[in-house]
Every structure is written in C-alpha cells, then in structure tokens.
Design a protein around this ligand. Structure first.
Ligand code: YNC
Ligand code: MG
Length: 422
C-alpha cells in the first residue's frame, strides 16, 4: 500500500505514534540545490509541463475552470469547492512567492489544462523550530485522468522546484488520510440561512422544528456590538501584525507572519474594489477592535469567502460559504491579577479569552450574514473550541488532516493547536 508515499520522507504509520521522537527535524539527509535534478520529470506521452502565470487573466481563468469542474467534493458529491479567480490570485501571490511553483500539465495537442499543483513559500514554526516551507495547495487532476498515477509525478515536480529554491520542507492539508497526519481538525458549520441550507440538504430540519423556529434560533444581531469594532485598514497593519504574532506564538504549529507585508497581503489585499470600472470580488474580510479610549488595536478577526457549487439542485446552484481565518486578542495577555499564582492567572485569562472570542465571533456572524453568506465554517483549530458550540456551530462530516513533508515531529495535541489553513 501507498506505493508512492512509502518512498517519501514522511513519517510512515504506525511508527510515528508508537516510537518516541528524539529530536524533531528533517527526515532526509541535508542537501543543497546543486544536488537537485535540473530537468523536470517525465510525463506520460501526450502531456506537457506548463508553468502557469496566475497574474495572467487567461491562465488564471484556466486554473479556475479546471478547479471549478474537478476540485474537492464532499463524500456524497453534493457540493464542490468553487474558488474564485480573485481567491486564486490572492492565495498564490503572497509576498516572496515563486512563479515557477505554479505548475500545470496540458494535453500536448490541444493545450488543454488537465492538472495543477501549487506551492507558496512561507515561514512556519513547529514547536521551537522555525523554517521555510512550501505551502502546497490546489492539487487537481481532471476527472477523466484519475487513477493513472499522475499525482506522484506532480508532487515530485513541485518538490524538485521547491528544492531548487533551497526549501526542503512542506506543509499541506487534505481530506484524505495518507502517511502521516500531524493532526486532524473537524469542520464546524454555523447556519446563517436556514431555509436555503435545509432546502439543499446541507442541514437537517431538527425534529420538532419549523423553518420559522429554525430561522429564529439562528438569527444574529443586525450589526456588530463590540465598541470600537470596525473594518481593518492599512494603518492597522503594524499593530495587527504584532498582535497576531504574539497570539500565534501560543500554538505548536503556526505560520510566523514575520513581515508586515505578509499581514497586509493576507488580510487586506483581498478586499473588494473597482479597477478600471471592473468589480473585483472580495475574498477576505478583516476586522479589528480599536479601544475607544487608547485607540490601540486590542482584537482582530477575519474570514474568507469560498463558495461551493451545489451539484444537483433544481433551485440553488451556489452555496455562499465563509470560512473563519486568523484572529487574535490581547485579553489573553492582559487578564488576571498580578498577585495570582500561575494556575489561577491562566484560568482567569482563559475565561476572559473565551468571553472575548465569543463576542468577536458573534460580531463576525453579523458581518457575514449582512454580506450574504449562507454559512460560516470553522475548524476545531486555534482557540475555536472556546466558541464554536456557544455560537451555534454544528459539527460537520468533514475532517481536515495536516501534514508536514520531510519533518518528523510528535503528534500535535489532538489537532487542536494547529494553525488555520486555506
Ligand atoms: C492528496 N490529496 O495516496 P499512494 S489537497 C497527497 N495528497 O499514492 P493518482 C494524494 N497525495 O497512496 P488520482 C492525494 N490524493 O499510492 C491522492 N494522493 O502512495 C496519492 N481530486 O495518484 C495517493 N485535491 O494520480 C496515491 O490519483 C497517489 O488520479 C495516486 O489523483 C489524486 O491540494 C487527486 O482532492 C487528489 O484532483 C489529484 O483525485 C485527484 O485520484 C483530484 O493515481 C479532487 O496519489 C481534488 C483534490 C487535493 C486537495 C492539496 C494538497 C496536496 C498535497 C500534496 C502533497 C505535497 C507534498 C509536499 C511537496 C513539496 C515538498 C517539498 C519540499
Ligand atoms: Mg492520475
């Protein structure tokens, strides 16, 4: 089993859980880019490699079309992710990205794009060690070419191009279980549009409920209620960056967001706007709380838009889903009395954080509802377990497995302490 994955520098189950890891670090011997093959690997005949310029509208549309028809579906084949062109551009052009990590495969004769894989270069920290890694995403093979072992060829080619930039680790997520997850998170869903979600079979109508009663139970305040809650702007970037870095330092695995430029990219560049009279769709929604007296930023929360195609419904063809993204709050650092012992201090700080995250999430629900989203999704990562249930998210069928390539590490705390991901 796992003919491909058993040849790769990833922990092979079940050893990873049964044997103690002495030191976390690379699995392969250390190499340099001069050790790396200069030529791409061979494709089956009739297919050719084709780097994708995601900033080119035509090529971006080709990736968009491939994913729209062939990307991730739920187990029952009711919904399929429909990433927007704006999302792809946003996700693939983060500061320091390498254009040659955006890799396509075309049919030689027709030029049709039939497969894609991408990486971006990010800095991550796993426990005490910080290193660059390729964040691999959007692996897709056309439905008509499945089960032909094209995936290992794509993965080896992206690995080669990543290694040529002297990067030797990668991070990725997936619904599939392969050797070997560092952690697993569950998807949770907050219903914002009960009539539609019941109609399309996304949510059941609970026993004893009418639609009207369900609507009432999932209603949200029309507007945010935390004093000083407002949309994030460019001027907030340095403060949000510091707050986010400090907040994420509490987790075992996280992207470092070392540069403010990255903060600006991930939380602002995806905001909606008009360019040459053309509407650019909004991808990311970012909000802050500015303390009304000190004018300091105390909290930050964001979500992104990722719709799904509803595959066979007479009336609805699109599920407008928002996904919780990064957030941070300084209450965890400022709460508790100075005379408390450490345990009491932590308990008080956690209680305060829980209250604050609930209030922030509730305000985000108001924003998401007003923006026309049908559902707000979240994972059981970060501190999300402090508010998912209270904010009426329900546990879903989907799970997301987190993986590291060429890095051996002890399991991450039940997947609860993993960074959030696109
Ligand atoms: C997957 N999702 O196990 P074995 S997530 C990794 N991630 O190998 P074939 C996968 N490996 O088990 P198909 C995988 N899915 O024999 C399958 N595999 O060792 C492995 N779906 O290849 C699988 N997108 O080509 C098996 O399979 C081998 O034709 C079989 O194609 C698979 O983006 C796929 O879910 C997923 O488009 C392309 O089903 C296709 O079935 C498809 O015969 C819908 O492949 C879309 C979908 C995946 C989304 C994602 C993250 C990808 C991470 C890839 C791993 C990166 C490693 C690090 C590289 C850089 C390293 C450095 C430094
Ligand atoms: Mg294949």
């Amino acid at each position: 089993e796992h003919k491909f994955w058993k040849t790769q520098p990833v922990p092979q189950f079940p050893t990873s859980s049964s044997r103690a890891i002495l030191e976390e670090g690379p699995i392969d011997p250390i190499k340099t880019p001069s050790d790396v093959k200069q030529e791409p690997g061979a494709l089956p005949s009739g297919f050719v490699w084709s780097l994708i310029d995601i900033k080119n509208e035509v090529q971006c549309k080709e990736v968009y079309d491939l994913l729209s028809e062939n990307y991730v579906e739920d187990d029952e084949a009711m919904f399929r992710f429909k990433y927007s062109k704006e999302f792809l551009l946003w996700a693939l052009t983060a500061p320091g990205y390498y254009p040659d990590w955006h890799i396509g495969v075309r049919v030689q004769k027709t030029g049709k794009l039939i497969a894609f894989i991408s990486g971006i270069d990010i800095e991550i920290r796993v426990r005490s060690k910080t290193f660059n890694a390729a964040d691999i995403n959007f692996l897709c093979v056309h439905k008509k070419l499945r089960s032909k072992r094209l995936t290992p060829v794509l993965i080896k080619e992206v690995t080669r191009r990543v290694n040529l930039q002297n990067v030797w680790q990668a991070i990725y997520t997936g619904g599939v279980v392969i050797p070997t997850p560092i952690g697993t998170c569950r998807y949770w869903h907050r219903n914002l549009n009960p009539p539609k979600l019941v109609d399309i079979g996304f949510s059941p109508l609970p026993r004893g409920y009418t639609i009207a009663r369900l609507v009432k139970s999932y209603s949200v305040p029309p507007q945010p209620r935390i004093p000083g809650f407002r949309e994030m702007t460019n001027d907030d970037v340095p403060q949000v960056g510091n707050l986010l870095r400090k907040y994420l330092a509490r987790f075992d695995v996280a992207q470092t967001f070392g540069k403010d430029e990255e903060v600006a990219h991930w939380f602002l560049s995806g905001q909606g706007r008009e360019v040459d009279g053309k509407r650019i769709e909004q991808v990311v929604w970012s909000y802050v709380v500015e303390d009304p007296t000190t004018h300091l930023i105390t909290d930050f929360m964001s979500f992104y838009s990722l719709p799904s195609t509803i595959m066979k419904h007479p009336k609805h063809d699109m599920l407008n889903a928002a996904y919780m993204f990064y957030y941070a709050s300084d209450v965890i650092f400022s709460a508790g009395g100075s005379s408390d012992d450490a345990a009491t201090h932590d308990a008080k700080a956690n209680k305060k954080l829980e209250e604050r995250l609930n209030a922030l999430c509730n305000d985000m629900l108001s924003i998401a509802k007003a923006a026309g989203f049908d559902v707000l999704n979240g994972l059981s990562c970060l501190d999300n377990n402090m508010f998912l249930q209270e904010q009426k998210f329900g546990p879903g069928d989907g799970y997301l497995n987190y993986y590291l390539y060429n890095w051996s590490c002890a399991p991450i705390d039940g997947g609860q302490r993993t960074t959030s991901q696109k």
